[in-house]
Design a protein around this ligand. Sequence first.
Ligand code: GDG
Length: 455
Amino acid sequence: MGKLIVVSNRVGPLKDTGKAGGLAVALVDVLRERGGVWFGWSGQVSEEGTFGEMKRQKSRNVELATVDMNKADYEEFYAGYANRTLWPILHYRLDLAEFDRPYEQGYRRVNERFATRLKPLIEPGDVVWVHDYHFFTLAGQLRAMGVECRIGFFLHIPFPSPDIITALPRHTALVRSMLAYDVIGFQSNRDRNHFIEYLIQEAGGERVGEDRVRAFGREVVVKAFPIGIDAEGFSQFPKSPEGRRQSQRIKAILGDRAQIVGVDRVDYSKGIPHRFRAFERLLEDYPENRGRVSLLQVAPPSRSELDAYVDIQRELEHLAGQINGRFADVDWTPIRFIMRGFPRKALAGLYRSSRIALVTPLRDGMNLVAKEYVAAQDPEDPGVLVLSRFAGAAEELNESVIVNPYDTEEVAGSLQMALQMPLDERKSRYEAMFNKIVTNDAKRWAESFLSYLSG
Ligand code: GDG
């Protein structure tokens, strides 16, 4: 068996994977098992960019291989096509998508250069596993250079219905190049079905079996592989010194009051303003919660170089200020809005000391916060997960309280129901969800994908 080559925009780390999250843990695990290379962007912008020297860092049988981007690559490929065009479209936000020809050209150029740099690393028998929307066209470029090995692709974010994706200029070319992969993985059946619908409606494709599709003269596997977390590992974090410290800090200020928690990168896909309004509605419609229930929102900023992200930050600051101004009392602040990140073990402590997690993305490939919250609960006194129907996680975690994040009244009612939920019901919902996330964990996800990729 040849080695495994993983490709993703950001690479690593090989050590301290616990700090980085479940994905890095799972990928390093499978890389260690068969030996391999993790290839991608160094995170640096330099003059030479993708034509510069490849940095290589080896630890036993696993190597990180990275290249820089130059300024134009970064602007056009990363900040441009990936995050100003594809991210909004794939999250159903046609209103925010920017269609700019130089972005698209930059995307193709960087994919081509990545392919050029990757090709010499590939030996006979190797398999290549490419991650996410930055690299839809990478396999097409590799095939054009004569690479014949098995290449798989996993999309971490949603694939929208054909009505949305067809608004992307030259969408056919993009999807055609995806068919150069041998296995195309999605987070949920919903996303997989959208992709198949697209192929049938727009490309004369046909299904040739449960997980196989023929289109553009190719036959490929198209399947949902819902991503997991290291649930066992994460369930231990609240008991770590850092986890306990955070829980105690929260308990000291809450006393017998209840806390709702939200944790998200600041991103317009996460529905954070909708969440704030639903919490406000809870205080309006069920006034007994005033002074009794608070919302803790942890929101580390991301992609702050993009206007849409600055706008959402401002909107959230404004909204939190307005709601706090309206309802706060001298000894109670309704919303604690913290715009920075916490270490993972600290997060676990925050999850554990919160009666409810309110996870309300307007669209999300999976949403790992939902799974982390469940993993962090005390089995004897677990909290309640209130989860958007538009998160991929809702397909699996159907014992959560599922809501439509656009329906403020419904979310407020569900919060009230969750606050009053008896222990028996909390336990039975928690146990069902915990079993699923322990079974379908990150390791199993990676192994399952690779079993299809190995053919
Ligand atoms: C994409 C897809 C899909 C958040 N705040 C802090 C922090 N985080 C961590 C969370 C979680 C991760 O970041 C976020 O993962 P999500 O899944 O919620 O969302 P995206 O970043 O949008 O991820 C998503 C995922 O890829 C995997 O396939 O599920 O749908 O959009 O692990 O805990 N981590 C730390 N401090 C923070 O303050 N340490």
